[in-house]
Design a protein around this ligand. Structure first.
Ligand code: GAL
Ligand code: MG
Length: 917
């Protein structure tokens, strides 16, 4: 794509056409490229045909051979072939292709992605003998028993007969002659049907013998798959199924849509590794090899064609050309070319007529053309809202409650949600709640997260450093900014926390435990659990104390298996079971013992023995100017409290332990999924600019400790709303207890990003240990993949590299956490009575994260920012979809929490072992 290679200009819009809307006309100054290639050809045998093929050219191309016009093509992500037999000759041939960025076809190609053009997929020459296969269509029908009936329609040039052969590996299954132009059938006994869990492929071959002795062999990898609809349900080979899917665009962060097959293959393997069983080719056909890979590794495909006219929504007339007879052939051509090219793939479960093009007469015309070419597969088009013509009813971004309503009152046709869970930035949250609803109603048969990959493109900053760019970074106006950075996978093709969450939510094996019985349920649709083992670990206060491996065996789809399991319950403290489900099978995407998912249950929480009296003694106290100075004799820790503003400093082992004093706060760096809440609730109230006014600082000695009470008001400018906050510090010989209370005043009780405490520690304190949810980032509505345990990481490793920096790194349900330097010295925080806390530790300040537009905007700081939060708002996916669900909201309401803080030396483990409770 020439814009990615340094010519022309990149532009990103979600839906707006980047030029005046004046169909079918496009700008007179139309960026144009000329590609030229000298092709040296051998002398061709008599009668051989030479075909020039393009797998993708955007958006309009004219082909010239030795300077003479051969033809033109439109339909950017559809293949085009030109028979160049009559112009091709032995020796040097000159191929020239003129490509225009914009054409009338552009009005049909307004997908939410970068505007870029060129010959972006393979371009090659095919030699075909005079007698050759013209086309074929093979389909499967499941007969009673394990028999499959195959029907082949094939056409050929120059041959009266075709030989049709089917092999299963080395074993011949059938072979028979076929007369071109007629239908032929074969019955496969003991058929091994194809499905995404067991993508078995036969080898089919069509052999065309010419009278001149030439033989053309056309191989095809044949999967026996039949999709039917019965009683409102989609069936694959007679069995119901659900698509746990994603929407995938072609994207490579260095090449745009010119993705190489290595990248495509890694995308698909990553999907399989993460339990995804379906992919929608949003919103255009892919390279032909994409479908072959899906056949081979087992992914169901919602095969969408290249159609989106979304920009007409901007002028208030989305169906303008969709309902215009003059455009009819342009519409039907797009489904025709797609279906003809891909209809033999087992992986394709349904066709999709396109996306966001409104509804009008050209849609039924496309549907009819599609059915003529493939009467068997169901057809999807989301904007046929009530499935007037299409076979599957579909919506996008319907909320959990709406999905539940639609499940409760099913449409006569099967339902999918073709987009949901907008994965922009940090998120999506709330996938688990969606999944519960999807699984409740059998009419809901597919759900596709938007979207697979961030569309960030590598760009180089003034300082020579690379960063990932988005709309507006290339001087492009208008643009939709960061809206294309909305994938489960980073532009550098690594999973984001959202993908790990999704993997767990759709885990095909479910493990539960109650009353001494462990149940393993098979949530697959086609295959049993003979490859699955479940490793169950017993944890006492997060430490693994025992492990057992369960082997459920050949549990059929939908079935479950039980085993008695009575873990050793800790005499004191918490007991949990963590079950890890592993697959012993070697797969193209996974080594044996690949983890499919993990579950955890709380078994017991028994009272602890009360801590005995410590021999720490009493603190010594003195006032120096306006500071209260408190020293703990045993540790030598020295605290000063500023008696004017309540700020605490803490000197421990010749170092200031706090690089910034603890402050109560309600703001955290904005995530994309909270942008709407920010626009509606927070920005108008300046919640990111709240000011702390300390009203009173009082202290007294009590039981050998010092108690300092700070009262403050935390409130935004211009308004009379805020929170009256009280901090009670108990500075004792063996540590610090902090109790925080809040009482709102004024009229705001709606949601806030968090309620918590922030401070900073010196930059050397980068090792993080905790007992809480981990190991990965988790939030209240995105914690399926996390389990309670004792985890270790570093401040740097925990900072998730979102393309647009935003709040990240949260770890919930923490009982304690410690930040230490390489000597093991540092600071520990423990939940005290008010339940676990959530924390994050960042290499950057909240202000720096909020201000950064790209990762390269973040500069190293001499401190680590620590947030210990009482409550953190869920993520939701409201950058384009679901608001944070009620149960995961945090409101500006009264609160109280307590923490113990302690200096540690000689490693967090000393703290853990000594005081974990
Ligand atoms: C949908 C659309 C997608 C994408 C998404 C937002 O409405 O179909 O192409 O634009 O919204 O990211
Ligand atoms: Mg769109």
């Amino acid at each position: 794509m020439w814009q990615v290679d340094g010519y022309g200009r990149l532009q990103y819009t979600d839906e707006g056409f980047p030029f005046p809307v004046d169909p079918p006309r496009v700008p007179a100054d139309d960026p144009t490229a000329v590609y030229r290639r000298t092709v040296v050809l051998p002398k061709a045998p008599a009668g051989e045909r030479t075909v020039l093929r393009f797998d993708g050219v955007e958006s309009y191309a004219e082909v010239y051979w030795d300077g003479a016009y051969v033809g033109m093509t439109k339909g950017s992500r559809l293949a085009a072939e030109f028979d160049v037999t009559d112009v091709a000759h032995p020796g040097e041939n000159h191929l020239a292709v003129k490509v225009l960025q914009y054409s009338d076809g552009t009005y049909l190609e307004d997908q939410d992605m970068w505007w870029a053009s060129g010959i972006f997929r393979d371009c090659y020459l095919l030699s075909r003998p005079a007698a050759h296969l013209a086309d074929f269509h093979v389909r499967t029908r499941r007969l009673d028993g394990d028999r499959a009936e195959l029907t082949l329609s094939a056409t050929a040039a120059g041959a009266p007969e075709i030989t049709w052969e089917v092999h299963d590996g080395a074993r011949p299954v059938a072979s028979r002659p076929v007369v071109p132009g007629t239908d032929a059938t074969l019955v496969v006994e003991d058929a091994h049907f194809w499905n995404p869990e067991d993508p078995h492929l036969y080898d089919m071959r069509l052999v065309v013998r010419g009278p001149d002795g030439t033989v053309e062999h056309v191989p095809h990898r044949l999967g026996l798959a039949e999709v039917t609809i019965a009683e409102g349900r989609l069936l694959l080979n007679g069995a119901p199924f659900m698509m746990h899917g994603v929407n995938r665009h072609d994207h490579d962060d260095r090449r745009g849509r010119a993705v190489g097959m290595a990248r495509v293959e890694r995308d698909l393997l990553l999907m399989k590794q993460h339990n995804i069983n379906a992919v929608r080719t949003a919103h255009y056909p892919n390279d032909p090899r994409f479908y072959e890979l899906c056949d081979r590794i087992g992914l169901l495909v919602v095969a969408e064609t290249d159609l989106e006219t979304h920009g007409f929504a901007n002028v208030g007339d989305l169906p303008r050309i969709t309902d215009d007879e003059a455009w009819r052939t342009a519409f039907t051509d797009r489904i025709e070319r797609h279906v003809r090219a891909q209809r033999n793939h087992a992986s394709i479960v349904m066709w999709s007529l396109g996306n966001e093009s409104g509804y009008g007469r050209n849609i039924p015309a496309m549907y009819r053309r599609c059915k003529e070419l493939d009467p068997y597969r169901p057809v999807h088009y989301e904007e046929d809202r009530d499935a007037e013509v299409v076979d599957v009813v579909s919506t996008m971004y319907s909320r959990v409650s709406q999905m539940n309503d639609m499940g409760e009152h099913p449409h006569p046709k099967p339902r999918i949600i073709c987009e949901y869970g907008h994965a922009m930035g940090n998120g999506p949250g709330g996938l688990a709640e969606y999944q519960q609803v999807f699984e409740r109603w059998e009419s809901i048969q597919g759900h596709f997260v938007w979207e697979w990959c961030d569309h960030g493109l590598v760009a180089v900053g003034d300082d020579g450093r690379e960063y990932h760019s988005y709309g507006g970074d290339h001087g492009d106006v208008p643009n939709n900014g960061t809206f294309c950075i909305d994938g489960l996978v980073f532009p550098w093709q690594e999973p984001s926390p959202g993908l790990l969450e999704y993997k767990q939510v759709i885990c095909p094996v479910r493990v539960t435990w109650a009353d001494g019985v462990c149940t393993v349920a098979n949530r697959r649709w086609f295959t049993d659990l003979s490859d699955a083992v479940v490793v169950v670990e017993t944890l006492h206060d997060g430490r693994v104390v025992g492990s057992r491996t369960l082997v459920p065996g050949a549990v059929p789809p939908g079935g479950s298996w039980r085993a008695e399991l009575r873990p050793d319950v800790a005499a004191h403290g918490e007991t949990h079971l963590t079950a890890r489900v592993l697959s012993t099978a070697a797969r193209p995407w996974a080594e044996p013992m690949h983890e499919l998912g993990r579950y955890q249950v709380a078994v017991a929480d028994r009272p602890r023995t009360p801590a005995g009296p410590t021999a720490a003694g009493s603190v010594t106290t003195g006032v120096e100017g306006t500071s209260l100075v408190v020293t703990a004799p045993a540790t030598g820790d020295r605290f000063t409290v500023d008696l004017l503003n309540g700020d605490l400093t803490w000197r421990s082992r010749d170092r200031e332990l706090l690089a910034a004093p603890p402050r109560v706060g309600f703001w955290k760096p904005l995530i994309d999924n909270h942008q709407q809440e920010n626009d509606e609730l927070w920005a108008p109230r300046f919640l990111s600019l709240m000011q702390t006014s300390v009203r009173d600082v009082a202290w007294r000695e009590r039981d050998g400790a010092v108690v300092v009470e700070v009262s403050a008001r935390i409130a935004p400018p211009t308004l009379d709303i805020g929170m009256a906050v009280g901090l009670t510090w108990t500075l004792a010989a063996d540590g610090v207890r902090l109790a925080v209370t809040g009482e709102p005043y004024g009229g705001y009780r709606d949601i806030v990003p968090r309620i918590g405490l922030s401070f900073a520690v010196p930059a050397e304190l980068r090792a993080v240990d905790w007992y809480g949810l981990g190991p990965g980032e988790n939030y209240p509505d995105s914690r399926a993949a996390a389990t309670l345990g004792r985890w270790h990481s570093t401040v740097d490793a925990m900072f998730t590299p979102y393309v647009v920096p935003q709040d990240c790194a949260n770890r919930g349900e923490a009982r304690w956490m410690a930040l230490t330097d390489p000597h093991g010295d540092g600071l520990a925080v423990r939940a005290a009575g008010s339940g676990p806390f959530a924390f994050s530790a960042w290499p950057y300040s909240a202000e720096a994260i909020d201000a950064a537009r790209h990762r390269t905007d973040l500069a190293a700081e001499d401190r680590v920012t620590v947030n210990v939060n009482h409550r953190v708002l869920g993520l939701g996916s409201n950058s384009w979809g679901s608001e944070v669900l009620d149960g995961h909201r945090v409101r500006f309401e009264p609160f109280r929490f307590e923490l113990d803080l302690r200096s540690v030396s000689g490693g967090a483990s000393s703290y853990r072992e000594g005081t974990a409770s």
